[in-house]
Design a binder for this molecule. Structure first.
Ligand SMILES: Cc1cc2nc3c(=O)[nH]c(=O)nc-3n(C[C@H](O)[C@H](O)[C@H](O)COP(=O)(O)OP(=O)(O)OC[C@H]3O[C@@H](n4cnc5c(N)ncnc54)[C@H](O)[C@@H]3O)c2cc1C
Length: 352
C-alpha cells in the first residue's frame, strides 16, 4: 500500500487511498488506525490548525475521560494525537473547507476544497464533528455585498490595511491582537465591543487602553447598528451604545472578530442519508448510505450514539478495518496487537 503523496500544487489532483474530512480528535485518530493497517490518508480541515473543537473551543480546559489519562488538557490531547500519528506522515491540508464531493463511476471519489485542492480517493472518512468552523457574521442589512472586501472576518493581507480608516469589532484575542498590530499603521482605528470587559489577554487589553489614553485610537462599548453606504461604497458604520444612543463612525474597512461557530455546510448536500443533521451510519463499519464513505466522531448518528471523544476513537478503529475491506476486498483480515506485531512495529517506526 502506497505512502501519502506530498501536498500537490494547486490544480493537480492528489490520488490517495483515503481522504479524511476534519482534523478534530477523531479525524486525527483515524489516521492512526488506518496507518496501523498500512493505509495512507490525507486530512483536510477548514481551520488553520488541527484539533477541531478541542483546539478551537476549549484548548485550556482539562478532559477527564480519556482512557488511561486521568487528566489531559484539550490542546495537550491534540498535541499527543499529532505525536502519535507522526510515523504515518499524513499530509494535513489546513485552512480549506471541502466544498465538493462526488462519487465517480469507477467507485472512487472526487473531492475539491475551497482553495482548489482536488483529490481522487478510494475511500472517504467524514470526521467533520459539528461542521466546519465559520466566522460569525456582522449581521447588518446589506453586509453581504461587502463581505470579503470592505468587511473582513479573516485578515489575509495586513499590508492592504495600512493608511485606511478601520473599525474593529470584537473583544477576544483576535480583535485585540489585530488592534495592536494595526493601530500604528491605520489612518484611524476604532475598536467596538459589546461589553466593557474583554475576553482577550489582560496584557493586550492594558496595551490597547494605553493607546486610547495616548489618543491613537478610540474604544466604544456598543453593538453594530447599521452600515453607512453611499454610492455603493462603504463610508462608515453606525453603532448603538447600551444607553440606546447611536454614533456614526467613519470607516473604509470593518474587521469583525466575533469568533467562529460550526456549520454542517456543504456536507448536507452530498446526498448522504442524514439523521437530525448528522450522518446516518451502521454501527459495525461506520459506513454512511454511500459505500466507501465512512463517518466517525460527532458527525455520525446510530442507535446509542454518544458524542464523546472515546466513542469516536472506537468508531475510527472499526471504520479502518471496514475501509481496508472496501479498498482491498481480497485481503484477508486479522487482528494484530501493536505490542507484538513486527509489521505494526515497522509502520510505527519501533525498532524490534
Ligand atoms: C466545551 C466542551 C467540552 C467538552 N468536553 C469533553 C470531554 O470532557 N470529554 C469528551 O469526550 N468530549 C468532550 N467534548 C466533546 C468533544 O470535543 C467532541 O466529541 C469531539 O471534539 C468530536 O471530535 P470530532 O473529531 O468528531 O469533531 P470536531 O472536534 O468537531 O472536529 C471536526 C473538524 O472538522 C472540520 N470540518 C467540518 N466540516 C468540514 C469541511 N467541509 N471541510 C473541512 N473541514 C471540515 C471542522 O473545522 C473541525 O475542525 C467537549 C466539547 C465542548 C464544546
Amino acid at each position: 500500500m502506497s505512502q501519502p503523496t506530498a501536498p500537490a500544487t494547486p490544480g493537480s489532483t492528489i490520488s490517495t487511498e483515503v481522504v479524511i474530512v476534519g482534523a478534530g480528535p477523531c479525524g486525527l485518530f483515524q489516521v492512526f488506525e488506518l496507518g496501523l493497517l498500512g493505509i495512507s490518508a490525507h486530512v483536510v480541515d477548514s481551520l488553520a490548525h488541527p484539533g477541531g473543537q478541542c483546539a478551537e473551543l476549549y484548548p485550556d480546559k482539562p478532559i477527564y475521560d480519556i482512557p488511561a489519562l486521568p487528566v489531559c488538557g484539550a490542546q495537550e490531547l491534540v498535541d499527543r494525537l499529532l505525536q502519535q500519528i507522526k510515523p504515518f506522515k499524513a499530509p494535513l491540508h489546513l485552512g480549506q473547507e471541502v466544498v465538493e464531493f462526488a462519487r465517480r463511476e469507477d467507485g472512487r471519489f472526487h473531492l475539491r476544497t475551497s482553495t482548489g485542492t482536488t483529490f481522487d480517493a478510494g475511500a472517504v472518512v467524514i470526521a467533520a464533528g459539528l461542521g466546519s468552523f465559520q466566522p460569525r457574521r456582522i449581521g447588518l442589512e446589506g453586509a453581504e455585498v461587502f463581505e470579503g472586501a470592505a468587511i473582513q472576518y479573516r485578515i489575509k493581507n495586513a499590508a492592504e490595511l495600512a493608511g485606511k480608516r478601520l473599525v474593529i469589532f470584537g473583544g477576544g484575542d483576535s480583535a485585540l491582537d489585530w488592534t495592536l498590530e494595526l493601530v500604528s499603521r491605520a489612518a484611524s482605528l476604532d475598536l467596538v465591543h459589546r461589553r466593557a470587559e474583554f475576553r482577550a489577554a489582560p496584557a493586550s487589553v492594558a496595551k490597547m487602553r494605553e493607546q486610547v489614553a495616548a489618543g491613537r485610537m478610540r474604544c466604544f462599548e456598543a453593538l453594530p447598528h447599521a452600515l453607512d453606504v453611499r454610492d455603493g461604497v462603504l463610508r462608515g458604520v453606525k453603532i448603538k451604545s447600551p444607553d440606546g444612543a447611536v454614533h456614526a463612525l467613519e470607516a473604509e474597512q470593518l474587521l469583525v472578530f466575533f469568533g467562529l461557530h460550526p456549520k454542517l455546510g456543504p456536507i448536507a448536500e452530498w446526498g448522504l442519508a442524514l439523521e437530525k443533521r448528522a450522518l446516518h451510519v451502521d454501527p459495525e463499519k461506520f459506513q454512511t448510505s454511500v459505500p466507501g464513505v465512512f463517518a466517525v466522531g460527532d458527525i455520525n448518528a446510530y442507535p446509542g450514539k454518544k458524542k464523546l471523544i472515546l466513542s469516536g476513537f472506537h468508531e475510527a478503529a472499526l471504520a479502518a478495518f471496514a475501509i481496508q475491506h472496501h479498498l482491498y476486498p481480497q485481503k484477508k483480515q486479522f487482528l494484530q496487537y501493536t505490542t507484538t506485531s513486527p509489521v505494526m512495529h515497522q509502520r510505527l517506526g519501533v525498532p524490534d
